[in-house]
Each structure stands twice: as structure tokens, then as C-alpha cells.
Design a protein. Structure first.
Length: 342
């Protein structure tokens, strides 16, 4: 039975990988201007061989489409992974990366960077990324400090309550900054709706490193997250260091959320809805759920970004608007289906 289950899991991973690769190629080829698959493969092949072409198709593929779709896929994987980890850690189906208030803190840092024009030499958007990550860490530190002062055991309800309160506070500060932003209002508003249109290879590198390190941390804690499903007391009984695991998962989620928000802005519902869909496909075991959530998140956000580029082309919709509309409908359907089964 174990071998059959393991084989079934491997087949699932191969299927997820194949679907993700197919959607990735589709999103690179299609957009405001469609490019043939043969031209896309030729452009990528020439670049890998060290002889990049100079025609329009090569420029569009290598300089615009490829880094953007890579950034979209990595952002979707990161947000969905964070959502699945938070739902397992807090045992709350409504939890995601924003539950902690970390995403609101990261958004506050990014909005502040845009309003003040903070930049880093030779790194477009580096100031936004730096302040977003910094404020994500500061937000996490503040939330955990307050939770620790109120409840030494760092209970789930205390963390969620303080996270919600902090999100409200951070959003009020963002509104205050916008009211004094002057000519920076338009880029701030567009960024808060979510956009990956300006993503480059530097953003891809930052997302890759964050997902590699923090994703590995979360995946290595899959067994502990399974133990949390039976409650914190039962997790302690089976030998889980509850406070250490909580802090480890929360820090990893904070870093991933900070990087993802700094690159793509506020993109809602990915971390909330996609883990539920992945759970329907793989079951509650986090050893399968976490990787499946990454694949599903990448596919969902790539298709949402493709829809943003094609729906009103040549104009482009903010990706956060599309994900929120689709995510809200999907979540209502999942909730209705779950209640109907009961």
C-alpha cells in the first residue's frame, strides 16, 4: 500500500509539473501580441546558446515576457505556499499570509518607498523591495511581541486577533500616505491593486532565492504541520516543539510575503483559495499539500496574468483585481460545497 501511495504521489507531481510547464509556455507565447511557439523556442534556445537574436519577437520574449511570467509563477507559488502553511499552523481555513498582518506591513513599507522615491543604485524597484521586506519583519516582530506579552504560549487566537488589528492599523497608515502622496498617487494605487508588469530578472532572482530558502523551511516542517491538525496539545504529546515550529513557520512566511508583495503588490485570494483547491486534490497531508499548492498557485496566477493582458488588450488590468474576482467566486463555491456535504 505504501509503494502504491508513493507511486500515485510521484505521478501527481509529474502531472502537476507538466501542467505548470504547459501553462508557462502558453503564457510566454500569448499576450497583447501573440508569438508562435517555434519563434519562442528559437529565441530561448539562441539566448541559452549565447547568441540572442535582435528581432522584435526575440526582444519581446527575452526582455518582457520571460521575466514577467517567471515572476508571476514564483509569486503565485510563494503566496499559495504561505497560505497552505498558515492554514495548517493556525488550523483556520480562512488563514493566509495576510492573517498575520505581515502582508499589510510589507505593503506599508512599499507604499512608503514609492511615496518618498526610495531607490537603490542600479536596481530598479530595489528601494520598494527593501522597505517591503524590512517592514514585513518589523510587523512580524511587533505582532509576536504583543502576542507574547498578552499570551506567553503564543496561542493561535491571540496571534490572529493581533494580526487583524495590525492590518487595520497598517491600512489606515497607507490611506494617510496616499492622501499626501501628490503625483505619486497613481503609481501607488496601481501597485496596491497588484501588478507584475515591470518585473525583471532581478525580481525573478529575489523571488527564486526567497522561495528556495523559505520554501525549503516550510516543506521541512510538513510533518509538524500535520501534527498541528490535531491541536497544539496533541502536537506537544508527539514531541513537537510548538513554539519553535510556530516561530520558524511565521518567519519563513514573513520573508516570502515581504518579497512577493514588494515585487507584485497586493494580490489577494491566492493564498486563501488555492490551498483549498490543492487540498481537494491531494488530501490534508502537508507533505503532499504544500508542493501541490505551489504548483497550483503558479498555474492560477499565470492564467490570471494572461487574462489581465488579453481581456482588454492592448490595455492591461491589475492582476489583483482579477484574482480577487475569481477567488471570491471560487471560495463561495468551495464554501457552499463544503456546507452541502455536512
Amino acid at each position: 500500500m505504501e509503494k502504491r501511495a508513493e507511486g500515485f504521489g510521484v505521478r501527481n507531481y509529474l502531472l502537476f509539473g507538466a501542467v505548470t510547464a504547459a501553462v508557462f509556455v502558453l503564457c510566454v507565447c500569448m499576450g497583447s501580441v501573440n508569438i508562435a511557439l517555434s519563434d519562442t523556442l528559437r529565441a530561448v534556445g539562441n539566448a541559452l546558446a549565447g547568441r540572442p537574436g535582435s528581432d522584435v519577437a526575440d526582444t519581446v520574449i527575452l526582455s518582457v515576457r520571460l521575466p514577467r511570467v517567471l515572476a508571476v509563477a514564483l509569486t503565485g507559488a510563494a503566496l499559495s505556499l504561505c497560505g497552505a502553511a498558515m492554514q495548517g499552523l493556525l488550523r483556520n481555513p480562512l488563514a493566509d499570509g495576510s492573517t498575520l498582518g505581515v502582508s499589510s506591513g510589507a505593503a506599508l513599507g512599499a507604499v512608503l518607498a514609492i511615496a518618498l522615491g526610495v531607490t537603490l543604485p542600479g536596481f530598479a524597484g530595489g528601494g520598494t523591495m527593501l522597505l517591503a521586506i524590512l517592514f514585513a519583519f518589523l510587523s512580524l516582530a511587533l505582532i509576536l511581541t504583543l502576542a507574547y506579552r498578552l499570551d506567553y504560549s503564543l496561542s493561535t487566537n491571540t496571534i490572529i486577533l493581533i494580526g487583524v488589528i495590525f492590518s487595520m492599523f497598517a491600512n489606515s497608515l497607507i490611506s494617510l500616505i496616499v492622501s499626501f502622496a501628490g503625483e505619486k498617487v497613481k503609481p501607488i494605487v496601481f501597485w496596491t491593486m497588484g501588478s507584475l508588469s515591470d518585473s525583471g530578472y532581478v525580481s525573478v532572482l529575489a523571488l527564486s532565492l526567497a522561495l528556495l530558502v523559505c520554501g525549503a523551511v516550510l516543506l521541512l516542517n510538513a510533518r509538524e504541520l500535520n501534527a498541528f491538525a490535531a491541536g497544539e496539545d496533541n502536537a506537544r504529546v508527539v514531541g513537537v516543539d510548538v513554539r519553535r515550529v510556530k516561530l520558524t513557520v511565521l518567519v519563513a512566511v514573513a520573508v516570502l510575503i515581504g518579497v512577493a508583495v514588494s515585487v507584485g503588490g497586493s494580490i489577494g485570494f491566492v493564498g486563501l483559495v488555492i490551498p483549498h483547491i490543492a487540498r481537494m486534490l491531494t488530501g490534508p497531508n502537508h507533505k503532499r499539500l504544500l508542493p501541490a499548492s505551489m504548483f497550483a498557485g503558479a498555474v492560477f496566477l499565470m492564467l490570471a496574468d494572461l487574462l489581465c493582458r488579453m481581456l482588454l488588450r492592448p490595455r492591461e488590468l491589475p492582476i489583483g483585481v482579477v484574482t480577487s474576482m475569481i477567488g471570491a467566486l471560487v471560495f463561495v463555491y468551495i464554501f457552499y460545497r463544503t456546507r452541502k456535504r455536512k
